[in-house]
Write a protein that binds this ligand. Structure first.
Ligand SMILES: N[C@@H](CCC(=O)N[C@@H](CS)C(=O)NCC(=O)O)C(=O)O
Length: 213
């Protein structure tokens, strides 16, 4: 297999998820930074690869895959070592629900293009935008804590990392950037700490990525 190419951005939480999944699966890949600060994701050259103009995009096995959860699902089926979802239908639905609570219900409200639209098109102040960010994260995380607590062990579900932890760690990284208080989420913090103790998670951290000049 030729090395997959990840169209990546060091600070993108959706790309961060895919970096973690690739590392957990032990798949070596090439990272190509798409500079979101310079709007490279909107350029024709990138949109020709991913019409949505978003990162991540993964070239693997002759495919161009988009959407981080779809990519992670592909990797899980393609590389069955270290499964990222439980085998039982009910447990799988629970883990997917936690991942989606983050990836579908928190992250999209706080994405760069949404924050830029609030600022540039709708004329909101940075103070309003920060409040918007904190509001949606602070509404989503208590629900996630309640969802996770009954089945959590070292991780959000049980004692091995799953797709839910893959979504959690980048979301908490982002929350800290916006000074969102996290003390009320002991289950989430425990899973985050245990995840970050694994090299697969640590190596995917934004601080360990190449930053475009
Ligand atoms: N649902 C998509 C979200 C992708 C996404 O929103 N990516 C962000 C970075 S985290 C992006 O490319 N933003 C560019 C922009 O907002 O213009 C996924 O999970 O892959």
């Amino acid at each position: 297999m030729t090395a997959p190419i990840l169209y990546d951005y060091w600070r993108s939480s959706a790309a961060y998820r895919v970096r973690i999944a690739l590392n957990l699966k032990g798949v070596e890949y090439e990272s190509r930074q798409v500079d979101l600060r310079g709007d490279e994701q909107k350029a024709d050259a990138y949109r020709a690869l991913n019409p949505q103009g978003l990162v991540p995009m993964l070239e693997i096995d002759g495919h161009r895959l988009t959407q981080s959860l779809a990519i992670i699902n592909y990797l899980d089926l393609r590389f069955p070592n270290q499964p990222l979802l439980p085998a039982s239908a009910a447990e799988r639905a629970h883990v997917v629900a936690m991942a989606m609570a983050i990836a579908c219900d928190i992250h999209p409200l706080n994405n760069l293009r949404v924050l830029k639209y609030l600022k540039n098109e709708l004329g909101h102040s940075q103070e309003d935008i920060d409040a918007w960010y904190v509001h949606w994260v602070s509404e989503g995380l208590p629900a996630l804590e309640a969802m996770a607590a009954p089945g959590a062990g070292k991780f959000l579900f049980g004692n091995a990392p799953t797709g839910a932890d893959i979504c959690l760690v980048p979301q908490l990284y982002n929350a800290r950037r916006f000074d969102v208080p996290l003390d009320d989420y002991p289950t989430l913090l425990r899973a985050e700490e245990n995840a970050n103790n694994l090299e697969a998670f640590a190596a995917a951290h934004p601080d360990r990525q190449q930053v475009p000049a």
